[in-house]
Every structure is written in C-alpha cells, then in structure tokens.
Write a protein that binds this ligand. Sequence first.
Ligand code: CMC
Length: 432
Amino acid sequence: MAEKLATLSFHDGKPSVDFPIYSGNEGPDVIDVRALYGKTGLFTYDPGFMSTASCRSSITYIDGDVGILQYRGYPIENLVETCSFLEVAYLILFGELPKKDQLDTFVDTITHHTMVHEQLSRFYNGFRRDAHPMAVMCGVVGALSAFYHDSIDINDARSREISAYRLIAKLPTITAMTYKYTTGQPFMYPRNNLSYVENFLYMTFGTPCEDWKPNPVLTRAMERILILHADHEQNASTSTVRLAGSTGANPFACISAGIAALWGPAHGGANEAVLKMLDYIGDVKNIPQFLERVKVKEDHTMLMGFGHRVYKNYDPRARIIQKTCHEVLEALDLKDDKLFKLAMALEKIALEDDYFIKRKLYPNVDFYSGIVYKALGIPVPMFTAIFALARTVGWIAQWNEMLGDADAKIGRPRQLFTGAARRDFVPMGQRK
Ligand code: CMC
C-alpha cells in the first residue's frame, strides 16, 4: 500500500479518483497511473516520455538539474578515476563492485569469449566496403542469434548469463572487424594477453605486418570513454532494448535494436555529427554566423553536442571527457589542433549566448568524445559504433533487470487517435 496518494479531480462533476504515489531512493516520486484507464476510461498523453517513468530500475541514477550521474550509487567521477571498464561493467551488471577474485574470474570469462564464430567473418562480405559502420553493426550483432542458438532461451538464467558474456566480449571484436572491413585490412584475432581496451585498440589498429604496442595514455582515454558511455538509465536506445525485450525477443536481436536507435543524430550519432559540424564551421570567425542559423527553427540546424533531455546543467560526462581530451591532445602533441581550438571557442561563445542560457543548453558527452576519437586516429563514421560497444553493458543490464521485474509487461503504448472516424467504403468507380 502506497503511503501517499494523488487525487485526480474533474471539472464536469465526475467523481475524483486516487492514485498511489511511490518514492524511489533518489529522484522524483512517481504517480502509479496503471489503473487510470480502468477507473476513468482515460489514457495519459506524453509523447517523448517527458513525464513518464517507464519502469523501475536500480542501475543508474541521474540528477539532471545538478549534473549527477551514478552507476549503482557510485559517482561517475570516482569510477572513471580508478576503475577499468570491465570493473565498471561488473558493477553495472551485478550491482556491486567486484572483489579481486570476482573481477579476475569475470575478466577471464570475457577474455575467453572474445573470438567470434569463424563463419561470422564471411558474413561481412555481404556488405559494401563503404557501408556505414552502424549499418554493419546492426546487421552483424542481430545475426549473432543465428550463430549462438544455444544461449537464446531468455527464461533460462544461465543462458542469459552466457549471452551477456558473449555480447560484452564480442562487441569489441565485431566493432574492430567493422573498421577493418571498411578499410580493406585483414581482420585481427583477439589476443588474450591484452586487456579488454588494449585488445579493442589492437584489433582496430594492429596489422599482421608489424608488432603493435599499447600506448598507456590512449588506452586510459579509451577506457574512460567506455566507462562514461556504459549506461545512462532509460534513454532512447535503452528503452528500445527494453521494448524489444518485453516481447520475449532474444538478447542479440534486442541489442541490435538498441544499436539502430543509438545511430540517430539526436542520440549516439551526435558524436559523428559534432565532427561534421566543426568541419562545416571551419573557422572560429564563422561561429557567430553558424549560431545565428541554429536559432532559426525553420533552418533545422542544431548545435550538435549541446542539450540533453535530462541534463539542464553541464553533463558530468562532458566535464570528464573535456579533461581527457586535453590529456590526449597533450600526449599526442596536438594541443594546437585547429579542430579542438574551434570546439573550445564554440563552447565558450555558446555558453555566453542568451539563446543557450535561457534553454539551459550545455555541452553533452558527445561534444568532446568525437575530438578524442579523432585524436586517437579513429575515423568519424566509427564514433557511434564505439558508443554502441560501451553501451552494450548497460543495455544488457537493463534487459536483464526487466526480465526479472514482476511489474514488467509487453511494452504497448496507447494513442490519441486523430484520423478519420468510421466511414462507408467507396467503390473505385464512385471515388471523387
Ligand atoms: N541546438 C539548438 N537548439 C537546441 C538544441 C541544440 N543542440 N537542443 C535543444 N535546443 C532547443 C530546442 O529547439 C528547444 O527550443 P524551443 O524551446 O525554442 O522550442 C529547446 O532547446 C528545448 O529543447 P528540446 O528539443 O525540447 O529538448 P529535448 O529534450 O527534446 O532534446 C536533445 C534533447 C538531446 C535531442 C537535443 O538537445 C538535441 O537534439 N541536441 C543535439 C544532439 C545531441 O547532441 N545529442 C546527444 C545527446 S547526449 C548523448 C546521448 O545520450 O545520446
């Protein structure tokens, strides 16, 4: 029984109706409107889920007004300083920071699932070499269900666990293979003596012709980027994974659906769009003119990497990645990089502009991630694929949480119908 109630009253004399209010551990309370239709014959109307909690979750907490992001209660700033990506993955998946032996076992398990079925490499040949990496990723990850039939029984806990390991382990391999395929270089097999992040960089940048040595600064930068992108509560792609999963679809299909949703420029595709935008602006002197265009709605030009549905303050991920960006550019002697200088100038001018101040539009994680990727030598179309690699951890944790939630049901929104009312069929010859 909920302690608090909300009362819905009507102006036309209909009796008022009470609804329970639930409190989480942090964040706004929610009104449970599940009985609304049964009690009143009314639906709620909330396109874009502006005021709707679609589920309960204990994984990630965001306070967008203050700029807080926590995985399982731990502030992102602490995790990024000390943890490896797999340590954070363990935390997100299992709810607690791993002890040394737990982490060792987890890392060992993931390491021994990094190879993909050999036939999967031939699957790539069906794609054009100039295909967008996200198109390839949607296809290849979806196809995993055809290669790993033995772990798609979603009602079996062990099966779900193996799928989770497979997805987390194989995503770096698949992402690197996508890069290799589009560049025409041979696929590189994973190496078990490398860490998760080193392995991804090795499979991406290594070739069979020469030795490859990890660069600690770049490895650390990539580790941080992956941690920052690992989960972000009920965003569009995570909600897509949950919606697909609510039908009983297998985990590989659900993650592929998440990748498709992530691709859009309003979501994960923004990191690629930021680079394209900076290229387009070209020079600091063109910033004012570009910002004037952004303010004209009819122009449909957005300042990419700015704004967020939840953060109405500086995105905490952007603060961290801005620092990482400085470190990487310093390490690579790219401090005077024109693109970076342009980004800094654009950020400064936008943050002082009334349009952005009034709307509480601040830089988000994608504003700087693209610059770091570019400095690491990653081609622009690959940016969102790396976001997908990292977010796979969050998607799986959220999918698993949903499958264990007694309140979860097939996702089936309703609508406010605005089409034609019932009318008589008109035979072809009588149509005007
Ligand atoms: N540039 C210019 N105007 C903007 C921007 C922007 N980037 N973002 C929002 N606005 C304006 C918007 O036009 C609206 O103005 P008005 O009140 O005059 O109609 C106001 O700010 C409120 O925006 P909104 O569209 O209601 O906000 P939303 O919550 O629906 O959209 C968003 C959030 C992220 C889709 C949007 O800010 C956006 O498209 N940003 C650019 C794309 C981007 O960087 N996306 C990455 C998000 S972070 C990574 C991730 O989670 O995937």
